[in-house]
Design a protein around this ligand. Structure first.
Ligand code: ADP
Ligand code: CDP
Length: 241
């Protein structure tokens, strides 16, 4: 009898960076070009913060957020348009919510750091991220966030820190958010980065991590920069065989 075939683990492309650096959109376009999936870990932290607000949980209380995680299930598309789903158990059954749009609300963005600061919560989500990638059945997955290159996938063959100047990042974000001035957006992302930086360092590349500064790059050039790095690593791996 033939031995059962075991699917090869997907090639991992780990990308970190601060808010507005281009991680999500550039990762998505690069993944599509490479034929890989994309896992946006920030969306999971946002979906957890959304659920904490929805259920009236205390976002600053780690035990309360961990208890919420027991009744919280997360789903995310890894290819094509991003759809984010949350299942919440009300004591009797699960209720399904499509939170794709809701997690981008300004109110949620301002609260996510309150749930992402808890070490036990991060551990639980990190385990979930590794399972999602391992079960994906895809040839590769681009996984992006704040601590992917250092904590979630430090052994990934491709690790990138994507940055851009604070002014450029605020300008890009303001383009997406109607009704907020450049100054407000600049202040909001600076405040969020400062809170997040207390927990993980996503401003300086760890040893072996490639820095991609997109301040002077347009969108297409940023995507090409990521694809070129991945192809160079794939090429080197082929040569080494
Ligand atoms: N290199 C770039 N040049 C111009 N606009 C960009 C570039 N990278 C990203 N953007 C735009 O900036 C906005 C924020 O990017 P996003 O991917 O959401 O950043 P992040 O995930 O790092 O917060 C999006 O509207 C995106 O299309
Ligand atoms: N790996 C990650 C990803 C996100 N996060 C948290 O989730 C929030 C939202 O992440 P995001 O990637 O959607 O944020 P943007 O950079 O897209 O604005 C961040 O501000 C962090 O608090 C994290 O702690 N660790």
């Amino acid at each position: 009898m033939d031995a059962p075939t075991v699917a090869a683990a997907p090639i991992l492309v780990a990308i970190d960076g601060p808010a507005g650096s281009g991680k999500s959109s550039v990762s998505r376009a690069s993944a599509a070009r490479l034929g890989f999936g994309i896992l946006d870990t920030g969306a999971a932290y946002r979906a957890l913060a959304w659920a904490a607000r929805e259920t009236g949980s205390d976002l600053d209380d780690e035990a309360a957020v961990l208890a919420l995680l027991d009744s919280w299930r997360y789903s995310s598309t890894l290819i094509g348009d991003q759809r984010i789903g949350v299942l919440l158990h009300d004591g009797q059954s699960y209720r399904t919510y499509d939170v794709t749009a809701a997690i981008r609300d300004h109110a949620v963005s301002g609260q996510v750091s309150r749930v992402s600061k808890h070490p036990g919560v991060r551990e639980r989500l990190n385990r979930m991220f590794r399972e999602i990638v391992a079960d994906s059945g895809l040839p590769g997955v681009v996984i992006e966030g704040r601590d992917i290159t250092t904590v979630v996938a430090p052994d990934a063959p491709v690790r990138i820190l994507m940055t851009a100047s604070p002014e450029v990042r605020a300008q890009r974000r303001a383009g997406e958010l109607e009704g907020l001035s450049h100054e407000q957006v600049l202040a909001d992302i600076a405040a969020r980065d400062a809170k997040d930086a207390l927990v993980v360092d996503f401003m300086t590349p760890a040893p072996g991590v490639t820095l991609v500064d997109t301040s002077e790059l347009d969108f297409e050039q940023s995507v090409q920069a990521v694809v070129d790095i991945v192809r160079a690593v794939q090429g080197a791996a082929e040569e080494g065989k």
